[in-house]
Design a protein around this ligand. Structure first.
Ligand code: GDP
Ligand code: MN
Length: 398
């Protein structure tokens, strides 16, 4: 589950990690009140108004702006709230902004220069260990740094049996070119950040930029936090922060009825039981010259009601030109699934307007095929994988 910047910063602050302080606002009036409160609490005169959407690159899209007085705050908040923010990380349609974070300006002049760094914490899947990835090239997108100056990206892997060691935090601060107060601040920042990552059950922290202020404080100016969905059951407060407005509406609907569904870009809808078989089915569709429109795992109970829910969700996507149902009958019997398909089809009448290819294998597969063949519906029944693939190819070419 992804979080908004302000939510991510709330987690960081709760573990004592230094952050650019801010208050979230839904309206320009709330933004002004937030700015006044921040001035009282922090002494800041200038504020940054930051669009809260689940996408990075907001600055480039005009979603992060500096306000030098309260009139600016009101005007800029009014411009950003309600806008369709297009950034390098959104689709061309952009994302609607519902709220802004009013934050203290932290790029103030002072005794020394400010500096921007990149720090992330994530799992290295190759080694099964957490790692801290960091760079002196903060403030720009890390993919560009990785492409043009990969030698400026460093990683530090953490041994889970001992956790982050003090020498590792020092090494990071050293490699970032820091000394004196800023060096000490950075080692504390890294130590607390890593603890926050582990104890919040996160799967990604990306802090870009981490700022060294002109008075040598180290703070998170931005925060991209992804929580581990499998641990949300024990993080009730974080779970309650879910903002469904930021998620794919079809995926939200599928989740509500207990289907594992992910929207993709192709033209063949799939309905499969089991994640592994669903992946294999997507490969099969590719090999047949199509492209999967979705990933959908109906889980263990493929009865008429579930099949119907799955049909409805798949058919919301106008790209879908055919649907491939690939079910392995282990515990669930194929003839019952076939009956489910027939019943769902009859229930839905005209709303199924694309060819359906059903491949059922396992317990009672032959009976299932007979049932589908006898139904008189526009359903192509197959028992073998290859047969199903050939059928997909045939209907896509028709
Ligand atoms: P992103 O564009 O979505 O990654 O949003 P960020 O939170 O990283 O902000 C984008 C940029 O806005 C940062 O890289 C900074 O250069 C700038 N910015 C953020 N906070 C401040 C601030 O307090 N003062 C000023 N002057 N600029 C800021
Ligand atoms: Mn950023």
């Amino acid at each position: 589950m992804n979080l908004h910047e302000y939510q991510g910063k709330t987690i960081l602050a709760s573990f004592g990690v230094g952050i650019q302080r801010g208050i979230v606002a839904q309206t320009p009036e709330e933004a002004v009140a937030a700015a006044k409160k921040l001035t009282e609490d922090t002494g800041t005169g200038w504020h940054v108004i930051k669009a809260q959407v689940h996408a990075g690159g907001r600055g480039k899209g005009g979603g992060v702006k500096l306000a030098k007085n309260l009139e600016d705050v009101k005007r800029i908040a009014g411009e950003i709230i309600g806008m369709n923010l297009v950034t390098p990380q959104t689709s061309a349609a952009g994302k609607k902004v519902h709220q802004v974070l009013v934050a203290e300006d932290v790029y103030y002049p002072g005794a020394s220069e400010t500096a921007e760094f990149y720090v992330s914490v994530l799992l290295n899947r190759a080694t099964g260990r957490n790692m801290i990835m960091y760079s002196t090239e903060g403030g720009m997108d890390i993919e560009t740094v990785a492409e043009h100056t990969p030698h400026l990206i460093f990683t530090e892997e953490i041994d889970p049996s001992v956790g982050l060691m003090p020498f590792q935090a020092r090494k990071i601060a050293f490699n970032l070119g820091l000394s004196g107060t800023a060096f000490k601040e950075m080692t504390q920042f890294i130590t607390k950040l890593y603890r926050a990552f582990v104890e919040s059950d996160s799967s990604l922290f990306e802090i870009n930029p981490v700022l060294k202020t002109s008075d040598d404080k180290i703070i998170a100016v931005d925060a991209k936090v992804t929580l581990d969905d499998n641990a949300l059951f024990r993080r009730a407060e974080y779970a309650s922060w879910r903002d469904e407005r930021e998620e794919d509406p079809t995926e939200v609907e599928a989740k509500a009825v207990g289907l594992n569904y992910v929207t993709l870009e192709g033209n063949v809808g799939c309905m499969v039981n089991g994640a592994g078989l669903a992946m294999a089915t997507m490969d099969l569709i590719k090999m047949a010259g199509g492209a999967p429109a979705n990933f959908l795992d109906v889980g263990g109970t493929a009865d008429a009601k579930r099949v119907e829910q799955a049909f409805r969700i798949i058919l919301k996507d106008e790209q879908v030109k055919a649907i491939l149902i690939n079910i392995f009958g282990g515990i669930v019997r194929c003839d019952r699934v076939a009956q489910g398909v027939v019943d769902a089809y009859k229930n839905m009448g005209d709303s199924i307007n694309v060819p359906i290819i059903v491949r059922l294998q396992g317990t009672n597969a032959v009976e299932a095929k007979a049932l589908l063949d006898a139904s008189g519906l526009a359903v192509h029944a197959a028992v073998q994988f290859q047969e199903a693939a050939d059928k997909v190819k045939e209907v896509l070419q028709a």
